[in-house]
Design a protein around this ligand. Structure first.
Ligand code: PBG
Length: 324
């Protein structure tokens, strides 16, 4: 009796045949490399829980952006660490702020690199929340929308190719779209963090951006990990408001969400393989518990297989090197 498995086994044994029937590919062109930019002359500040990732002054950010280009990585995502933080998060929409300066410098040096900017207040507010906090301790959604729009406009004016709002305020995509349009940035796409969970896996990022909330947590504006239908509703709302691409975040514990958001919207989907997911593999590899290269390639292939068109990952440069 010839079992079909017998023939499958033959397919799997030959590398050429394996390639011929492979359903998912992972190449550098699917990757976005996130970078943390700080003000400073010629500085590089290591992030303890993220070996290999540093906070970079603008000159080093330009340099690393160049490495990404050389490795065939099409896009970077910028986060800024301002010189000082205040209650209004004024560093976020300062035309001479760290992200605005970095965008100009990177686009000048590498015009073909796609530069995406994170639009949020939490890296810029003294209290670490993603919006303006009222006297009663609650985040003021509508006041925050104005400032987010101002931030997005300043990024677009500096030359950003796309803006990525990660604050999770209600109505932010619509607010950004109408104000970008009104200010002459009709062609700037919005990549919305549509389905963003209140996750423990952002821990190392908050160290990197020094953005841990000083009081309370983000559960009033980020999603409960137990919910999936809600993620689809959030995604559909963002589509209605004009989002051009959607982000699901984190990635690995939420592959079902990646799949469902893709099915429900048919928009380009980016999955954000966040700081804690990076830290886990790095730590296990450093301890000798995991083969770093094999685990990263498997994890990212899984994210692609789930339906992600784009993977935002701190592993991007390593992966591009391994795939060369
Ligand atoms: C918020 C933002 C966060 C991340 C990206 N944008 C952190 C948060 O919501 O606390 C996390 C990314 C990561 O962990 O790699 N501006």
């Amino acid at each position: 009796m010839a079992f079909p498995q017998t023939r499958l086994r033959r397919l799997r044994k030959s590398a050429v045949l394996r390639d011929l029937v492979r359903e998912t590919d992972l190449t550098p062109r699917h990757l976005v490399y996130p970078m943390f930019v700080e003000l400073g002359t010629d500085s590089r500040t290591p992030i303890e829980a993220m070996p290999g990732i540093d906070r970079l002054s603008i000159n080093h950010a330009v340099e690393e952006a160049g490495e990404a280009v050389a490795l065939g990585i099409p896009a970077v995502l910028l986060f800024g660490i301002p010189a000082h933080k205040d209650a209004q998060g004024s560093g976020a929409y300062d035309e001479e702020g760290v992200v605005q300066l970095a965008v100009r410098a990177i686009k000048e040096a590498h015009p073909d690199l796609v530069v995406i900017t994170d639009v949020c207040m939490c890296e810029y507010t003294s209290h670490g929340h993603c919006g303006i906090v009222r006297d009663d301790g609650q985040v003021d959604n509508d006041v925050t929308l104005e400032l987010l729009a101002k931030t997005a406009i300043s990024h677009a004016a500096a030359g950003a190719d796309a803006v990525a709002p990660s604050d999770m305020m209600d109505g932010r995509v619509g607010a950004l779209r109408s104000q970008l349009d009104a200010e002459g940035h009709k062609e700037t796409p919005i990549i919305s963090y549509a389905s963003k969970y209140a996750s423990a896996f952002y821990g190392p990022f908050r160290e990197a951006a020094d953005s841990t909330p000083q009081f309370g947590d983000r559960r009033s504006y980020q999603m409960d990990p137990a919910n999936a239908d809600e993620a689809i509703r959030e995604a559909l709302l963002d589509v209605e408001e004009g989002a051009d691409m959607l982000i699901v975040k984190p990635a690995l514990p939420y592959l079902d969400i990646v799949h469902r958001v893709k099915e429900a919207t048919r928009l380009p989907i980016a999955a954000y393989n966040v700081s804690g997911e990076y830290a886990m593999i790095k730590a296990a590899a450093a301890a000798g518990y995991l083969d770093e290269r094999a685990s990263v390639l498997e994890a990212l292939t899984g994210i692609r297989r789930a339906g992600a068109d784009i993977v935002i990952t701190y592993h991007a440069k390593d992966v591009a090197r391994w795939l060369q």
